[in-house]
Ligand binder design. Structure first.
Ligand SMILES: Nc1ncnc2c1ncn2[C@@H]1O[C@H](COP(=O)(O)OP(=O)(O)OP(=O)(O)O)[C@@H](O)[C@H]1O
Ligand SMILES: [Mg+2]
Length: 569
């Protein structure tokens, strides 16, 4: 229930829209009732040539008798034109109101869900590394897409249906109770026979749907893995294995889908049969009443039609509960993301680091990965890198070089001790002011599926073409960029697939150079380059390093550029 109120909060800005659609849907319900009421004059008057004289009785409400004559323009007096006018008007009105009511409520649903989706995305963007270790990309993506989709269906589709059907039920109930309340109550006793199996079946169907969804997710995973790892598949000759893996999953999905269809399709015939039984009994009863003159065929038909029309909305209202439960389950997951306590946060009175001037100091920095408290740890690292210096971190694979570098921009926080920039604990600084001082060329570069220029200028929409070219030149990337079909405007493919490993690294270096931050961290940034290119890149960097503080990470020792070498590791 807490989820529901919280969800409704996202619909709050749209209250006027909601009220409008409530009114429109109320008209739809009333119009639905009217269609049943009009049956009576059709049978008793229009299709009965003996009867001629007006007025045409419709129904009585609150002591007033409502005649059809009151509802149509005064110059329409012939019975057939009156009824025809009424039918057309009712259907026209119902159509218009249904259309706009439906549209408006969907507008609310889609808008509220768009707001929520944006909020969740923004929230996830600011999550720390720990979050992404706990939640797989596939899971987060499925949440933002599928879970929010379910919420949207509940918020708009179901809400629209709920309003429309409730008003319809009220109007139709009024019609049947008004025409013969005893008969009405008696006929409504079959309702539980209809409802109970529907709700039961609904629950079973929901389970099946969930299973089908899981099967689809598994299929998706096989698909994604084999497609992105297609080279590994080929080189290990695993096509057959993958094909079988796929067959297994796809057949499972087929079975769940068929089970769904079998369950879904059984409901209607079952319920329709109960309907037929009711009709047979009703007709037997009506035959006696009409013979005795206490009922007209028109009254009876109007009653039966209203009763039949009741069935659909009642069934739908019973089903809405299920869908709503599903949406609440989905929103629970979504709210979990929103409520997750972030570990890397900014203090309320965080200070802005205006300039980097003196040093970076690892002051007894101790660190353990939150996900592996007994695993690898850094123990009381003490290291000072002065402004303008170049520090080289050298050590074997797995010794914690990347880990140490990741502590500086606060991808992780130290467990104890501190990292200080110009004497200030980085946890006291504003995150944006800290991170804008640091450029990183990470060990596994990530490039976006965009043009070369946009990748170099990433995060800097104001960068000019000259600045981008300068950065590319300094990273020794220009030469290969100009050889590409569209130069700087060439799309580089997913994760930069169309580039060689060394080219990707040089783009990443160019991107880091363009950021022009005073602290530069190069995590094996030249590992994919041959010795010659590496030397060239380092010469280029040397010029840039003059105003910079650089932490160079290497697993085998290369001469880091610049005169003031330091090493640790
Ligand atoms: N997210 C993580 N959670 C738990 N343990 C991790 C995580 N990332 C790395 N480790 C562990 O931390 C240790 C140090 O890893 P790190 O990446 O810092 O090594 P490295 O010195 O950069 O090695 P390489 O030269 O191979 O890049 C490794 O033993 C690794 O298993
Ligand atoms: Mg590393």
């Amino acid at each position: 229930m807490r989820e529901l109120t919280r969800l409704l909060r996202y619909a709050r800005p749209y209250v006027p829209h909601l009220l409008t659609s409530v009114v429109l849907m109320a008209i739809v319900g009333a119009a639905q009732g009217m269609t049943a009421v009009i049956i009576r004059p059709i049978l008793d008057r229009v299709l009965n040539p003996q009867e001629v004289e007006p007025p045409v009785y419709l129904f009585s409400a609150f002591g007033h008798i409502v005649y059809l004559n009151d509802l149509v323009p005064p110059h329409v007096t012939a019975i057939w034109s009156m009824v025809a006018t009424a039918i057309l008007t009712v259907f026209f009105l119902r159509g218009i109101c249904d259309y706009f009511g439906n549209y408006i409520i969907n507008y609310v649903g889609f808008s509220a869900v768009t707001d929520l989706r944006q909020t969740v995305f923004d929230r996830i963007l600011h999550q720390d590394a720990h979050f992404f270790e706990d939640n797989s990309t596939a899971r987060v993506m499925s949440s933002i897409m599928n879970d929010l989709e379910k919420i949207q269906v509940a918020l708009s589709g179901i809400l629209a249906d709920f309003l429309r059907q409730s008003f319809t039920v009220v109007a139709l109930l009024a019609v049947v109770l008004k025409s013969d309340w005893k008969l009405a109550l008696w006929s409504l006793t079959v309702l539980p026979l209809v409802l109970v199996p529907t709700v039961r079946l609904g629950r079973r169907i929901r389970k099946t749907t969930r299973r089908a969804q899981d099967d689809a997710a598994e299929l998706n995973q096989v698909l994604q893995e084999t497609l992105s790892g297609q080279q590994v598949v080929k080189s290990f000759g695993a096509e057959e294995i993958e094909s079988n893996r796929f067959r297994d999953r796809v057949q499972r999905l087929r079975r769940s889908n068929l089970r769904y269809v079998a369950q879904q399709a059984v409901a209607s015939p079952l319920i329709e049969f109960f309907g037929a039984v009711t009709i047979v009994l009703l007709v037997g009863y009506a035959r006696k009443q009409i013979k005795a003159g206490t009922m007209t065929p028109g009254e009876f038909m109007s009653f039966v039609i209203a009763l039949l029309m009741l069935y659909e909305p009642v069934k739908r209202l019973a089903g809405i509960h299920n869908i709503f439960q599903q949406a609440l389950g989905a929103s629970q997951r979504v709210f979990e993301y929103l409520d997750r306590v972030q570990q890397i946060t900014e203090k309320p009175n965080a200070i802005k680091l205006a300039r980097f001037e003196k040093s970076i100091l690892f002051d007894g920095a101790t660190f353990r990965y939150p996900s592996a408290p007994n695993g690898f740890f850094l123990d009381q690292v003490r290291l000072e890198v002065k402004h303008g210096e170049i520090a080289a971190l050298v050590g074997p694979s797995g010794s914690g070089k990347t880990t140490l570098a990741n502590l500086v921009p606060r991808f992780y926080d130290v467990t104890s001790g501190a990292i200080r920039i110009d004497g200030k604990d980085i946890r006291d600084l504003r995150l944006d002011s800290l991170r804008e001082k640091i450029s990183i060329v990470a060990q596994d570069t990530f490039l976006f599926n965009d043009t070369v220029a946009n990748n170099i200028g990433y995060g800097r929409p104001d960068a000019t073409r000259e600045q981008i070219q300068d950065a590319a030149r300094n990273a020794l990337a220009e030469e290969f960029i100009l050889r590409m079909p569209e130069g700087y405007d060439t799309m580089i493919g997913e994760r930069g697939q169309k580039l060689s490993g060394g080219q990707r690294q040089r783009l990443a270096i160019a991107r880091a150079l363009l950021k022009n931050a005073p602290i530069l961290i190069l995590d094996e940034a030249t590992s994919h380059l041959d010795t010659e290119s590496e030397r060239l890149v380092q010469t280029a960097l040397q010029n840039l390093m003059e105003h910079r503080t650089v932490i160079v990470i290497a697993s085998t020792f290369h001469d880091p550029p610049g005169p003031q070498n330091r090493s640790a590791g």
